[in-house]
Ligand binder design. Structure first.
Ligand SMILES: Cc1ncc(COP(=O)(O)O)c(C=O)c1O
Length: 405
């Protein structure tokens, strides 16, 4: 048996070659690009330009044009993109930044690392995204900004969140790590706030061969500051106006990502097609709800797309309702060789390391229910529609009370 190890977030999510439907298969994903990637690597090797240079600036320009923003600054990871954005906005000790609890750790981790306090807001049941109505009453005189996360590939209610921010004089940094290509009323994620922060971690819709990220902005002053902070706050060389970090973006990632960027919308279209297949196959089952509003008495709820949104389905995340039901379905999928993920099993407000901010006393019931119920199932463009059907058959078998084995 050939073991192919896929490392997801430090966890070894390995599958063997006979796995019927992997959650993702990165080698397969990159196969159509491999000749061009080899050529790009040869050019890179021969160029001797291993830091900075054309491949960085061209990638920044091409992403800026794709997003419809004036500038992008490419960096070392999505986490560093968030950190750099907050540094450019002068977040520091004594500040509070409101963000969701139902997100990847980095969203709040960067706030804490700057000596500020992450204040966790509740999400909406349907979209898993931050509930704008829960933000306003968490604003205090110390609040400096809001980080909405565009989770699983669709945008949070950015219009409402920006309006709240404007009313209270706060910044908005969009955590668009999972949402490159997502749009609200045709406008791209990352083109609304003071900054958008993106990740090209290999599981993302624009997936790198390693770590990298980027900030987008329409503010030339913030872009200039971000560029300086990216290299230890240095400008000119060896003169430091700020304390920054080494957040440089590797030009080899630029060379490789530039090959894939023109195909991004096509590959998002393939994800949307797979999502539509799940909805048509599962949606007609009597135990399945198409939205949380219809969920009473149902065992499974399909993901919702909020009005005006183009969802890019970085994840297709269902809710499995009932005590222990999610874990039982996950075990059945595992036994059938079907990949899946639980994003996220615990809210950030429940994490041990943030007790210093929460005192262990913050309760976010909608977030906590999502942590018990969510299950992400295969959606990547490389899997065939017949494989989606196989996943659906297993899920329907589970809903019908059997093991479908
Ligand atoms: C919502 C969110 N924010 C931030 C990040 C951090 O990105 P990176 O892994 O590139 O540092 C991720 C990556 O998984 C993410 O999903």
């Amino acid at each position: 048996m050939i073991e192919i190890g896929v490392v997801i977030r430090g966890e070894s999510c390995s599958f063997d070659a006979s796995m019927s439907v992997p959650l993702l298969n990165l080698a397969e994903h990159n196969r159509p690009y491999q000749d061009r990637m080899r050529e790009a690597f040869d050019r890179f090797l021969a160029s001797g330009q291993y830091i900075g240079g054309d491949q960085v600036t061209l990638f920044e320009k091409e992403v800026a044009s794709y997003l419809g923003v004036s500038e992008c600054v490419a960096v070392s990871s999505g986490t560093d993109a968030l950190l750099l954005a907050l540094m450019a906005l002068d977040v520091g000790p004594g500040d509070e930044v409101i963000c969701p609890s139902f997100t990847f750790f980095a969203t709040a981790g960067v706030v804490h690392r700057l000596g500020a306090k992450p204040v966790f807001a509740e999400i909406l049941e349907g979209s898993f995204n931050m509930d704008p109505e829960d933000i306003e009453h968490r604003i205090t005189p110390r609040t400096k900004g809001i980080i909405p996360v565009h989770l699983f590939g669709q945008m949070a209610n950015i219009g409402r969140i920006q309006a709240i921010a404007d009313k209270h004089g706060l910044f908005v940094v969009e955590d668009a790590a999972q949402a490159i290509g997502a749009r609200h009323n045709g406008k791209h994620a990352g083109s609304f706030g003071a900054f958008g922060a993106f990740s090209f971690y290999p599981t993302k819709n624009l997936s790198g061969l390693g770590d990298s990220g980027l900030v987008s902005t329409n503010d030339p002053k913030l872009a200039a500051k971000a560029r300086i902070l990216r290299v230890h706050g240095m400008d000119p060389v060896y003169y430091h106006s700020h304390v920054g970090g080494n957040f440089r973006f590797d030009p080899i990632q630029g060379a490789l990502l530039r090959i894939k960027l023109p195909d991004l919308d096509t590959s998002i279209g393939l994800r949307q097609e797979r999502a539509a297949r799940y909805v048509s196959r599962l949606g007609s089952h009597p135990a399945v709800a198409l939205s949380c509003e219809e969920a009473a008495g149902k065992k499974l709820v399909l993901p919702e797309t909020s009005p005006g949104n183009a969802h890019t389905f970085n994840q297709f995340t269902i809710r499995v309702r009932g005590e222990g039901a999610r874990d039982r379905l996950a075990a059945q999928l595992k036994a059938a060789g079907i990949g899946h993920g639980i994003y996220y099993p615990l809210g950030l407000h429940q994490q041990e390391c943030f007790r210093c901010h929460t005192g262990g006393a913050v309760s976010l019931p909608i977030t906590e229910a999502a942590c018990r119920e969510v299950l992400s199932i295969p959606i990547v463009p490389e899997i065939k529609l017949e494989q989606i059907d196989e996943v659906c058959d297993r899920i329907i078998g589970f809903l019908d009370g059997g093991n479908a084995a």
